[in-house]
Write a protein that binds this ligand. Structure first.
Ligand code: SF4
Length: 113
């Protein structure tokens, strides 16, 4: 399967998963296409569609928390931003993703204390 086909397949696989979580693909089509292309490339190398925006470590259990879509593992943080860390997925009611603010995990956790 070439990269274009795999991107389409990832869209097809992810859409119903994130839909159940209250998310959709970002309406910023160019960003979505770019991020899916990165994921397809990572998957081609590793066999797993890891997040293109979060660093992997030597800890397999930790790495599994950044397999796309990683929303369930970071639910509160992403819900607060109305987007996932990369911005590939946004809350269903979002029409302008450029207005969303990315908050680091450490800032998010500090704000909850
Ligand atoms: S941050 Fe977004 S793009 Fe990255 S793995 Fe999580 S859901 Fe996928």
């Amino acid at each position: 399967m070439n990269a274009q086909e795999r991107k389409k397949a990832l869209r097809f696989l992810f859409e119903p998963l994130v839909d159940k979580l209250g998310y959709k693909f970002t309406p910023a089509e160019e960003d979505a296409d770019f991020l899916l292309e990165q994921e397809a490339g990572i998957e081609a190398l590793t066999g797993i569609p890891y997040c293109p925006c979060q660093a992997r470590t030597d800890d397999r259990a930790e790495n599994m928390k950044i397999v796309c879509p990683c929303i369930p593992y970071h639910r509160e943080h992403y819900d607060a931003m109305k987007r996932c860390w990369c911005g590939l997925f946004v809350h269903k009611d979002v029409t302008d993703p450029d207005k969303l603010v990315q908050i680091s995990e450490s800032k998010f956790k500090a704000g909850r204390k």
